[in-house]
Design a protein around this ligand. Structure first.
Ligand code: PEP
Ligand code: MN
Length: 240
């Protein structure tokens, strides 16, 4: 709830929180499941932020869709075709993340599964791919943004948190993503990243998030674009 309020105050428009977490290790925190969905719904009630949350199995689609404004399909499930078909049958928008080893054609075909099922509301997300490079968690190929925008009419979102795996690299790559034409960003935020149960090393604290949003606001204006700030628009920038 604290995070939702901070995100809202800094101009965020949606709250992405994982209630069903696809963790690499079965011993890592797996999410709060339906209790987590209830918390997200309460945060929406309180802040007006849209709720984006991951669904990891076809069986869970009706439950998760009853709480979510946007269903996230994570990198590990991009090629879970039964899950994509189940999402194709509902009309909740889907944020489809690129698999860490998926080509762009594979990402687009995964999107086709949802579109073909009758759900036109597909948002593509570049979140980085696995390469030989080890200085970042993944390698974030931003050329995929203008490329995808040439190839499809679908909105393209970038996730520089997973894309870099380092909090210090998130804001610069968020700026680069907007400059490359991204329609949105997914940013991991935590009140105390060192104590986060998941991915704290790539999460921004509230001040870092607000500073990044201010930079993005100014960058967008200079690019003739506008990032949505809703009613906090007139607020003084935190940092120019
Ligand atoms: C996430 O968004 O928290 C996540 C698990 O990301 P990805 O599916 O891109 O690894
Ligand atoms: Mn994460």
């Amino acid at each position: 709830m604290e995070t939702a309020k901070a995100v809202r105050a800094a101009g965020g428009t949606a709250l992405r929180g994982g209630a069903f977490k696809p963790r690499t290790s079965p011993y890592a925190f797996q999410g709060l499941k339906e209790d987590g969905l209830r918390i997200l719904a309460a945060a929406r009630e309180e802040t007006g932020l849209a709720v984006v949350t991951e669904v990891i199995s076809a069986m869970d689609v009706p439950l998760v869709a009853s709480y979510a404004d946007v269903l996230q399909v994570g990198a590990r499930n991009m090629q879970n075709y039964r899950l994509l078909e189940a999402i194709g049958k509902c009309d909740t928008p889907v944020l489809l993340k690129r698999g860490a080893a998926a080509t762009i054609d594979e990402l687009l075909l995964a999107g086709e599964y949802v579109l073909n099922g009758g759900n036109p509301n597909v948002i593509l997300c570049e979140r980085g791919i696995r390469t030989f490079e080890a200085h970042t968690r993944f390698t974030l190929p931003l050329a995929s943004v203008p490329y995808l925008k040439e190839r499809t009419h679908l909105p393209v979102v970038v996730d520089p948190s997973h894309g870099t795996g380092r909090a210090s690299l998130v804001a610069p790559m968020a700026c680069a993503a907007i400059a490359a034409g991204a329609d949105g960003l997914m940013i991991e935020v935590h009140p105390d990243p060192e104590r986060a149960l998941s991915d704290g090393f790539q999460s921004l604290n509230f001040q870092q998030y607000a500073e990044m949003m201010s930079r993005l606001h100014h960058l967008s204006l200079s690019l003739g674009k506008r990032i949505e700030f809703r009613e906090v628009e007139a607020k003084e920038p935190v940092m120019v």
